[in-house]
Ligand binder design. Structure first.
Ligand code: SF4
Length: 467
């Protein structure tokens, strides 16, 4: 089919799919099936293609042309960047995408203009350091307090299907890791050390299922990283041989194991993780860590969603039995996609106060906006503000890579481009608790629930409150 150049090439899902004559479900060669278009979390438009029956997604990112950046192909005004899981036949995938490139090439004439939709939402306000008295400090350390952190995302499969997680729309599990990939990881660790990073964060889908993870950790130890944070579903600590190899690789390096628990019982945890048996595996791993005297390295994490909020008290009792703190996350959107899981699982902050207060001691109040806590206490007399932790850095967890001193392996010299747009609080200048507050909600939260919960706190009322 002959295609004439078009005046506008919008980096917007619906018009671009129409221009390319693509519909969800259309088959392409190499087993690809058109899935959707969505804003790419790091800029431009992402066209996604499913590869059934597995869990792979192939991505084709379209962004305004910049010859200084690497790209698979370029048209007159666009860069085309592919995201292909390493265990697919890349040549076949590229061949299947070639007709789309030809179509884009034909559409992109000398006077074609690429239009980029305005980003939804604003940049987050700066993170604020808060002087919190020891007795009010949140039980978990702030993620913003881990120093300069080099982030290594290992895209080996987690084998889970957590209800709140949209990570797979950003990257697919990879099953084949060759020596070149390992050398690239080691080179990134060396660069990070040379640039003064002394803390390493291992995350991804599940870094612990990566076949070279202990080698990566051993390299980090050899290079003198001070501390390694491991974010993982934590099911693999149930394997004694693996656990011992990991601990050997860590050697003298400090480490924190961020262990997710989504409920105090298997039914709740496994419902959130989407994976029968995952709770028992985490508990088995905790048992092995306890036997080896390593529980002091555990920091529990949880995500409070519509699925597990009522079960928070049971989670509190379970984590307390290990004597370890819990970092409570509220769900946040991992993508700007309207189908992000955030919209299915998030609850209003004001709905979370009661289950958090039902825990003894209260759990998770530090993750809520101060005005939400205060409004609950003022209305009910229950100590949603007077009790419960306060974080030492006021900022939203989802904005960590924008506001914290974190750098990911693939970030360019200008730093990270990953953004979660927010809506800033319009009342911050009039609010007595603004200095303890992120002063924003995620744009997705504002879209879903509005901003009616953001009510400025009156200084006189606050100082006169006996709690
Ligand atoms: S600054 Fe805004 S969001 Fe923060 S506590 Fe005050 S009213 Fe709430």
């Amino acid at each position: 089919m002959l295609t004439a150049p078009t005046a506008l090439l919008p980096l917007d899902a619906a018009p671009m799919l129409a221009l390319l004559d693509l519909r969800s479900g259309d088959p392409l060669d190499a087993g690809l099936v058109v899935d959707r278009g969505s804003p790419h979390p790091e800029g431009g438009l992402l066209l996604s293609f499913a590869v059934p029956p597995g869990r792979h997604t192939v991505g084709l990112q379209l962004r305004p042309r910049d010859d200084a950046q690497p790209a698979w192909r370029r048209t007159r005004h666009l860069d085309l960047v592919t995201h292909i899981p390493a265990d697919l036949d890349a040549a076949a995938v590229l061949a299947a995408l070639a007709p789309l490139v030809a179509r884009l090439d034909a559409l992109d004439g000398p006077s074609t203009r690429v239009t980029v939709p305005p980003p939804a939402g604003e940049r987050p306000p700066p993170a604020l350091r808060v002087d919190v008295p020891a007795e009010r400090r949140d039980e978990a350390p702030s993620l913003y307090d881990f120093g300069r952190v080099h982030v290594l995302d290992l895209a080996s499969d987690c084998q889970q299907a957590c209800r709140f997680c949209s990570a797979r729309t950003r990257f697919s599990p990879v099953a084949r890791f060759d020596e070149a990939a390992f050398r690239a990881i080691v080179a990134s660790l060396e660069r990070a050390r040379a640039d003064g990073y002394d803390v390493l964060r291992l995350s991804g889908l599940d870094p612990l299922t990566h076949p070279r993870v202990t080698d990566c950790v051993a390299e980090a130890t050899r290079l003198g990283f001070d501390h390694v944070h491991i974010y993982s579903p934590s099911t693999r600590y149930d394997d004694p041989a693996f656990l011992d190899a990991l601990i050997r690789a860590l050697g003298p390096t400090g480490f924190t194991l961020h262990v997710p628990l989504y409920g105090g019982d298997g039914a709740t945890h496994d419902r959130v993780s989407g994976t029968p048996g995952s709770f028992q595996r985490v508990l088995a791993g905790l048992g092995l860590l306890a036997e080896r005297g390593l529980l002091s390295h555990v920091l529990f994490v949880t995500v409070v969603t519509a699925d597990n909020a009522p079960a928070l008290p049971a989670l509190r009792r379970l984590t307390a039995s290990y004597g370890r703190p819990v970092h409570v996350f509220l769900p946040f959107p991992a993508t700007p996609d309207p189908r992000d899981r955030f919209f299915e699982v998030a609850l209003r902050q004001s709905e979370l106060v009661a289950p958090m207060l039902a825990c003894e001691p209260p759990l998770g109040l530090s993750a809520l906006l101060p005005c939400v806590r205060w409004a609950h206490e003022r209305r009910t007399g229950q100590p949603a503000w007077s009790r419960g932790g306060v974080r030492t850095v006021a900022a939203l967890d989802g904005n960590l890579f924008e506001l914290g001193t974190y750098r990911r392996m693939d970030d360019g010299p200008q730093g990270g481009t990953f953004r979660i747009p927010v809506r800033r609080c319009p009342h911050a200048s009039a609010c007595a608790l603004a200095e303890l507050c992120p002063r924003a909600v995620y744009e997705a939260y504002a879209e879903r629930f509005g901003t009616g919960e953001l009510v400025p706190v009156d200084a006189a009322e606050l100082s006169g409150w006996s709690g």
